[in-house]
Design a protein around this ligand. Structure first.
Ligand code: MRU
Length: 356
């Protein structure tokens, strides 16, 4: 068995060809194919259409994307280069609104650009490449560390319920919510993972079930509406989810359906943990009400995956891609610097400042 953790890098830079190589996540599990993208428009489309997805992976793709596009710039002075950079930054930032890692990575690239403003254009472009590489390499270290902290919350044999895909392909390596599952596997913890199918785009069925099965983890696929029964049957000892943005008060945006799971977990007294790199914590967002929620094409509900449409022609469909879980429902937020517990306003701020 070849674990995707060891064999797949979902976002890579091919410096020789000036291209971004992305695992096309829309084709999984049926086909493992890589896209070779060289224009910013192609990279924007790949993010928008979820060919690359998962908050950290989106951030890494955007960092490489802005480097590749800046490299093409014909600017001869810093202000000209900065103008080009800004246009490209705004364009990439318009691809998806909820995952803050996209903006975090683009802002980090801009800070890097400003720091080397006095250098030659060639040196500035090289600095951007190094920064994008750093973002990817750091994400791998961060995810491993999240996995180590999260593992301290789990016992061998635990049933773990997860939603969407917060696995290795959503990050540089390991994933966030799935990192402790992979690290537990190395230690023989024998977890039993329940993967929510995750309507409407089936990230749980197509991606989580696939990557865990490939890695030899005991994984059982369930439809989203089965989570309550599985918890009632006592099969779940912890819920682990990733996230796209955490507000200063601990409210957390993640894939649509996450907040319902948190409500169920509270009812059945199952601990509910959010796994989040600190790059996903947005201290500028006071509460979840400030987090923009992406609304996607209703055809993802009515037509995608079906041979024939499975809803009446022209029926109204509402397709928010994320929801916000109230901080009161979250047992702990696991970051690379440790686990934040309520009250989150203090504990998150402590961890964020510890990082700087
Ligand atoms: O719309 P998606 O598939 O990009 O949504 C992804 C999620 O909701 C993940 O749980 C989140 O980004 C965490 S990825 C480590």
């Amino acid at each position: 068995m070849t674990s995707p953790v060891e064999t797949i890098q979902s976002v890579q830079l091919n410096e020789q060809e000036d291209e971004l190589i992305l695992l096309d996540q829309t084709l999984l599990p049926n086909k493992k194919a890589y896209l070779h993208l060289s224009t910013i428009k192609e990279i924007w489309d790949a993010i928008y259409h979820l060919k690359v997805r998962g908050a950290p992976a989106i951030g890494i793709a955007a960092a490489y994307g802005i480097y590749l596009e800046t490299k093409k710039s014909k600017a001869v002075t810093f202000p000209e280069l900065y103008d080009d950079f800004q246009k490209n930054k705004q364009y990439l930032a318009s691809s998806r609104p909820t995952a803050v890692n996209l903006f975090w990575a683009l802002n980090r690239m801009e800070e890097c650009l400003q720091k080397v403003a006095e250098k030659s254009i060639t040196e500035i472009k090289n600095a951007l490449k190094e920064e994008a590489e750093k973002i990817r390499i750091e994400d791998e270290i961060v995810c491993r560390s999240i996995g180590e902290h999260a593992l301290t919350l789990l016992k061998p044999g635990f049933g773990i319920l997860t939603h969407c895909n917060a696995g290795t392909i959503a990050t540089a390596k390991y994933g966030t919510a799935l990192a402790p599952v992979y690290l537990g596997k190395e230690k023989g913890y024998d977890f039993k993972v329940f993967a929510d199918e995750t309507r409407p785009l089936l990230q749980g069925a197509r991606l989580t079930a696939w990557e865990l099965q490939e890695a030899g983890v005991d994984v059982t696929l369930i439809c989203d509406n089965m989570a309550s029964l599985v918890m009632k049957e006592g099969k779940v000892q912890a819920v682990l989810v990733g996230c796209d943005r955490v507000a200063a008060n601990g409210d957390t945006a993640n894939k649509i359906g996450t907040s319902g799971l948190a409500i169920l977990a509270k009812y059945y007294r199952v601990p509910f943990y959010v796994c989040a790199p600190l790059s996903t914590v947005d201290i500028e967002c006071e509460t979840g009400d400030d987090i923009p929620i992406e609304i996607r094409n209703p055809e993802e509900i009515t037509k995608a995956w079906y041979e024939k449409p499975m809803a009446p022609e022209n029926v109204k469909a509402y397709n928010p891609a994320f929801d916000v879980t109230d901080h009161e429902l979250i047992t702990g937020i696991v970051t690379e610097k440790g686990i934040a517990y309520p009250p989150y306003r203090d504990s998150l701020l402590n961890l964020v400042t510890k990082e700087r």
